[in-house]
Design a binder for this molecule. Structure first.
Ligand SMILES: [Mg+2]
Length: 124
């Protein structure tokens, strides 16, 4: 069954670009939801759970790091995969957000190949 996904980014343009890139990578998706920050994402996931969250780090309101912490504090979302998508590229930062429970990390700018490589293991 196709995976449901949520795109979390404060830029609507970036959400569109990510969506197009996923399609260009040939990955097939089920339901797609969008949110503009971590708080909105948690609220929407609470109503309609998703399989995979692609989450920006720097957002006004709740950022991606706090989003991961909050999501992982609730065991009902243990099976929800979270892939960070960010311009933050310091190894220390990436390790820290993976340690909080993110499942993968895509650096911006990304390519269809980098999106595909990171997402593919979570698609089946
Ligand atoms: Mg941002």
């Amino acid at each position: 069954m196709a995976k449901s996904i949520m795109l979390v980014d404060d830029s609507a343009t970036m959400r569109k670009i990510i969506m197009r890139t996923i399609r260009a990578a040939g990955l097939s998706l089920g339901d797609i939801q969008e949110a503009g920050d971590g708080g909105e994402a948690l609220e929407k996931i609470g109503q309609t759970p998703v399989d995979i969250v692609l989450c920006d780090v720097n957002m006004p309101g709740m950022g991606g790091t706090e989003f991961v912490e909050k999501l992982r504090s609730d065991s009902s979302y243990d099976s929800t995969k979270v892939i960070m998508v960010s311009t933050e590229s310091a190894d220390d930062f990436i390790s820290s957000v993976l340690a909080l429970g993110a499942n993968g990390y895509i650096k911006k700018p990304f390519t269809p190949e980098s999106i595909q490589q990171t997402l593919e293991p979570f698609m089946s």
